[in-house]
Design a protein around this ligand. Structure first.
Ligand SMILES: *[C@@H]1O[C@H](CO)[C@@H](O)[C@H](O)[C@H]1NC(C)=O
Length: 267
């Protein structure tokens, strides 16, 4: 799978980067974020996966087949790598996440929807979708809930970048990876930061079954919200139905999208 090889890439390519990055990171959590920006953001995000690597790691295929570099990166990691964030790190992180509650989803703003939902609103209902979905063999539903509530988390820093902003997909991805990296550092690294980075990366890379389901929930949530705005505000948001039509990858995504479409036709 192409997406797997993309996951592998940063690990292979970053032996040098890791040697450079890890000591910089461990010497002080708040130490220069800037120099990192010149490195590949993918490599830096994976720094967390590497640093906090433990036997319980659920890191995806790509990471596991690449043995850790023979450096002392793990030795150099802080003794607290497995610990939850301190109160100070936690509140710093949560304060940054406040903007997820106040940043309105750009698609609705562009269409002049009144009082549009926030990024956090969207992620919350996606979390509920994962929570109420039927069990699917081989799918970790708890992981889907977690992925739903972190998949747009980098937007706390970069905002909701959409195709109409004229920013390339690659540039958007680069900015978001950089933002995620910063947020994980704010959280102090460690196991929680690692989990968030893993979940976010899997979603971004479409590299697990859970990511494919959560990507469907992302679209389902959007068209349900579009239908609600159409009903409440008398606007025509057909473009959101058009842009997602035929793009659902999972049975649950297809079934829920089709239910929404049929309710829309019955209006
Ligand atoms: C994710 O991967 C699947 C194949 O496993 C592919 O069909 C789908 O189009 C991909 N989705 C995105 C959004 O890249």
């Amino acid at each position: 799978m192409g997406s797997r090889s993309r996951l592998v890439f940063p690990c292979r390519a970053s032996v040098f980067s890791l040697a450079f990055l890890v000591p910089s990171f461990t010497s002080s959590a708040q130490l220069s974020f800037k120099p990192f920006l010149t490195r590949t953001a993918t490599a830096t995000a994976f720094t967390f996966l590497r640093m906090a690597s433990s036997s319980s790691s659920s890191v995806t295929d790509g990471n596991d087949i690449n043995p850790p570099p023979p450096s002392s990166s793990n030795d150099a990691a802080p003794a607290t790598a497995a610990a939850p964030p301190s109160a100070s790190s936690a509140i710093d992180f949560l304060t940054l996440c406040h903007s997820l509650k106040t940043t309105k989803r750009a698609g609705w703003v562009r269409r002049e929807v009144q009082n549009p939902e926030s990024i956090a609103d969207h992620m919350y209902r996606m979390g509920l979708m994962a929570l109420i979905a039927s069990d699917i063999p081989g799918i970790d539903r708890d992981k889907c809930v977690k992925m739903a509530i972190v998949h747009d988390i980098a937007e706390a820093i970069v905002g909701d970048i959409t195709p109409s902003d004229g920013i390339s997909k690659d540039e958007k991805s680069r900015r978001e990876r950089e933002a995620l990296d910063h947020m994980c550092k704010l959280l102090g690294g460690g196991s929680r930061a690692k989990e968030i980075a893993e979940l976010w990366m899997e979603y971004e890379e479409n590299s697990s079954s859970e990511a494919k389901i959560v990507k469907d929930f992302d679209k389902v949530e959007m068209i349900l919200q579009a239908l609600e705005y159409e009903n409440e505000q008398g606007v025509d948001l057909d473009e959101f139905f058009q842009s997602t039509a035929g793009k659902f990858q999972t049975d649950v995504g297809k079934a829920w999208a089709s239910e929404i479409a049929s309710r829309r036709r019955k209006r």
